[in-house]
Design a protein around this ligand. Structure first.
Ligand code: CUA
Length: 182
């Protein structure tokens, strides 16, 4: 503004107009950046959840049911639209290595390891917990969309660590009679 002294009327008008345009464009850029930030956060939270999904860890070595439940990994229906999935990590595979569940169902994963540390991560989701021998980690997750999701091992566990992959096949929702809240 200090240069206004000594300006011709045309220069002063041009200067004022340029400043007005600058303010408008600065405002537009701030609004666009805000929308981009909010939009990105919205879609990330919608698709991946607000926090990394890791549930409780507990251990009860005296519980014989635990060993049985994990013997080979298994899938148990626990309610009209709920499943418990028991997963064991071993060098170098997950049991069970194919898990079939319907979309929209509440899945509780119970994860442990039979030997060393493994990392139980479901790609494309926020599910990520460490499979620890003698300890059970649990996490709840609901798959909204049918498709194939891969469980990978994200904790280095030896030679075939990279090949330690299992699949979760999410079938279309079975909730026809109850209606699914969405
Ligand atoms: Cu199991 Cu890396």
């Amino acid at each position: 503004m200090s240069e206004e002294r000594g300006m011709t009327p045309f220069e002063a008008a041009f200067h004022a107009s340029a400043e007005r345009h600058e303010r408008v464009w600065t405002f537009c850029v701030i609004v666009m950046l805000a929308l981009l930030t909010i939009g990105t956060m919205f879609y990330v939270v919608r698709d991946y959840g607000l926090v990394s999904a890791t549930g409780a860890f507990y251990t009860d070595p005296a519980d014989p049911a635990r060993e049985a439940a994990f013997a080979d990994g298994k899938i148990v229906r626990t309610g009209p639209n709920a499943y418990a999935v028991y997963v064991v990590g071993r060098a170098w595979h997950w049991s069970p290595d194919v898990i079939r569940v319907p979309a929209g169902a509440e899945i509780t994963f119970y994860v442990t390891s039979a030997d060393v540390l493994h990392g139980f991560e479901i790609q494309g989701t926020a599910v990520n917990l460490t499979a620890v021998p003698g300890v059970v980690g649990s996490v709840k997750y609901t798959f909204r969309r049918p498709g194939v999701y891969h469980i990978i091992c994200n904790e280095y566990c030896g030679m075939l660590h990279h090949a330690m992959v299992a699949r979760i096949v999410v079938t279309p929702s079975q909730a026809v009679t109850t209606g699914t809240p969405s």
